[in-house]
Ligand binder design. Structure first.
Ligand SMILES: N[C@@H](CCC(=O)N[C@@H](CS)C(=O)NCC(=O)O)C(=O)O
Length: 197
């Protein structure tokens, strides 16, 4: 198997963390590619050109949740995704992935040329992030058992929001902050830390 990724993409980071946590590091080659680039190597494998993308044989799987499900089915180690029989955990998983997506949108907006930045969008995303942090804190029980896709998404989102946006409101929520500090010290997180930009 081969994972196409970029070193700083949060979704690529989720897939790389999952590979490590599922014990698949020896079975998946990680290939860093460029994105938003008409010469990207990734475009030789499919038209989408987004990372992460997982190649298994002739197939190229996109979308982080789908990729993590494919990785899970290749692993006899732990499970990361919510069980079909647990709708509340599935709902929370979707929320966590949406939270990471929103942090990525916020960062993308904040990094545009100053004259192109929409202050309104920055405000919308900051307010969303504050609401989500409260919600995560109220539902911390979903995150505190074993590592899950939900936990990976939330930890990647909060870690990146802190690094790129100076967003650290979660520190006000003692249990959430304690949980986050523990998760980001796992080897899978340390070896995939985003680089300064
Ligand atoms: N919903 C997708 C999002 C993937 C995504 O947006 N990846 C970004 C990097 S974080 C990307 O490849 N962007 C390149 C582009 O938009 O062309 C997933 O879950 O994998």
């Amino acid at each position: 198997m081969r994972l196409f990724a970029t070193p700083n993409s949060p979704f690529s980071r989720m897939a790389r963390i999952a590979i490590h946590e599922l014990g698949l590091s020896d079975q998946v080659d990680i290939q860093f590619v460029t994105v938003r680039d008409s010469k990207s190597e990734l475009l030789n494998y499919g038209p989408l050109g987004k990372v992460p993308a997982l190649q298994i044989g002739d197939d190229l799987f996109s979308d982080t949740s789908i990729i993590i499900k494919m990785l899970e089915s290749a692993s006899d180690s732990c499970r990361l995704t919510a069980e079909n029989e647990d709708p509340k955990a599935i709902a929370f998983e979707g929320f966590c992935i949406g939270f990471l997506e929103s942090i990525a949108v916020w960062i993308r907006e904040a990094r545009r040329k100053p004259e192109l930045i929409s202050e309104e969008l920055l405000k919308v995303e900051k307010e969303r992030a504050l609401r989500c942090v409260d919600y995560i804190s109220q539902n911390i029980s979903y995150l505190r058992s074993s590592l899950s896709l939900s936990a990976i998404a939330v930890a990647c989102a909060l870690d990146l929001a802190n690094r790129r946006l100076g967003f650290y409101e979660y520190e006000k929520h003692g249990y959430l902050n304690e949980w986050l500090q523990k998760v980001i010290k796992r080897k899978s997180f340390l070896i995939t830390e985003p680089q300064p930009i």
